[in-house]
Write a protein that binds this ligand. Structure first.
Ligand code: NAD
Ligand code: ZN
Length: 420
């Protein structure tokens, strides 16, 4: 008996031999199309745009959706939630608002608070949204980033309709393919590349937007003009006073042109999901992101971008790449628009690049965020950006010093003195 057991225990199979198997190669191509609509008074009962975005074929089965609204927006539009509800009632045969709009406070603070993402996930779960349903996010860039992240991660992606309500969100953040929240003290550390289903830019949201946010968003239009479109830059110079004085028609033209540039870049530059190290649209952003953090988000994103562009334009000028007259025009436009070009946190530890509070930490964080080699956009002229992979801290320190000394008031047509 014991012999039999022993015999059975002996392996009956031949010694395994590795069989060489060829590598398999997968290739998947995905095309994304999304419209960016321009309208006025989206929730007027006579405006059928949202209905046709959510239910383009006018299917008899109404499309399910939820709405998340920026609480800060309600300060200027207190009746908005009631308007949304009335709109949904009006088109109830085609669209089905599953629950009263969720209100989430706007502003950067929500991107620093992980519970806010969970609140949106929870709502999607509670009302049972499926992947054929829609999340409509209405608000500033911070709210759109947060809700976009929640929508992109619930069920691995629920369709998102963005309704941006600040200038910055309409001319830049709302039309792109990114979302995200902050974590570990780093901007947009958690996030995805997920194109929206549709974007709806409604000029009516800008009518009562506070002046600070009205101006802040112009920075992103100046950015795209500086790296891609000299004619747009000079148009901005010519329209600066009208913009400061809140000419809505001029602002809408600015937004449209800026959107065109952002969409063209994403669609044609060849790297929509930023797999490489090059990110031209982030001109001025290495220091901007750092300054947002260093100022504990006292600065709006657009205000930080204005400072960041002033720094990199001044660097380009001091480095001999940018003509003095062009540099002056850039500084003057930013000042005419009302941007401060320095803050104490920029200057404080600029002479100690290794200090934890130094702005120069932003260079390594930027490189880490992009991956690969440090790649920064500089200017060779207005509308002509070019990339560099190395920078001189000493030249940056001079640029920061020069901006800190800028004491020239900025009447239109006035001249910026060179204080070097
Ligand atoms: N995803 C991207 O590609 C991308 C690109 C650029 C910027 N961003 C992000 O966008 C954010 C900045 O967006 P922002 O400048 O719109 O600021 P924001 O979202 O912080 O909004 C600013 C303030 O305005 C309020 N608000 C919004 N709409 C309003 C309205 N119509 N009337 C009155 N108040 C209103 C908000 O509640 C908030 O208090 C940052 O988090 C930035 O990182 C994202
Ligand atoms: Zn930006």
């Amino acid at each position: 008996m014991s012999q039999l057991i022993q015999r059975l225990a002996v392996p009956a199979f031949p010694k395994p031999q590795a069989v060489p198997l060829p590598m398999l190669q997968q290739s998947v191509s995905v095309t994304f199309d999304y419209p960016v609509h321009f309208t006025f008074d989206l929730f007027s009962p006579t405006n059928g745009l949202l209905r046709s975005v959510l239910n383009p074929n006018l299917d008899a089965v109404p499309t399910n959706f939820i709405v998340v609204v920026d609480g800060g927006l309600l300060a200027s539009m207190p009746n908005l939630v009631a308007q949304i509800q009335a709109y949904a009632d009006c088109y109830a045969d085609r669209i089905n608002l599953k629950i009263t709009p969720l209100i989430i406070a706007g502003g950067e603070g929500i991107k620093n608070d992980p519970t806010q993402v969970t609140i949106v996930h929870q709502l999607i779960h509670d009302v049972g949204l499926c992947r054929h349903s829609y999340v409509v996010a209405i608000g500033g860039g911070a709210l759109l980033d947060l809700v976009g992240y929640a929508a992109a991660t619930a069920h691995r992606g629920i369709r998102l309709v963005r309704v941006p309500t600040t200038v910055l969100a309409q001319d830049d953040s709302g039309v792109g393919v990114k979302n995200g929240v902050n974590a570990f003290g780093k901007k947009n550390f958690l996030g995805t590349f997920t194109p929206p289903y549709a974007v709806i830019n409604d000029g009516a949201f800008l009518v009562n937007l506070p002046q600070r946010d009205w101006i802040a968003g112009i920075a992103e239009a100046v950015k795209v003009a500086l790296i891609k479109d000299a004619a747009f830059f000079w148009w901005l110079v010519a329209q600066a006073t009208a913009l400061v004085q809140r000419d809505l028609g001029v602002m809408q033209q600015l937004i449209h042109r800026s959107c065109q540039h952002h969409l063209t870049h994403i669609g044609t530059y060849g790297d929509p999901f930023e797999m490489g190290s090059s990110r031209p649209l982030d001109f001025g952003h290495w220091s901007a992101h750092r300054l947002e953090h260093l100022t504990n988000y006292r600065l709006r994103h657009g205000e930080a971008v204005a400072i960041g562009m002033a720094i990199d334009s001044t660097y380009s000028y001091l480095n001999g790449d940018l003509a003095e007259a062009d540099w002056e025009a850039i500084i003057q436009l930013l000042q005419t628009l009302g941007f401060a070009l320095t803050v104490p946190e920029l200057v404080e530890f600029a002479d100690r690049p290794d200090h934890p509070q130094s702005v120069f930490r932003g260079l390594s964080e930027f490189r880490e965020h992009l991956g690969g080699e440090l790649t920064l956009m500089m200017l060779r002229g207005i509308g002509v950006g070019f990339e560099v992979h190395q920078v001189e801290i000493e030249l940056y320190q001079r640029a920061i010093g020069l901006l800190a000394m800028q004491c020239v008031p900025n009447p239109i047509g006035g001249r910026i003195e060179q204080l070097d």
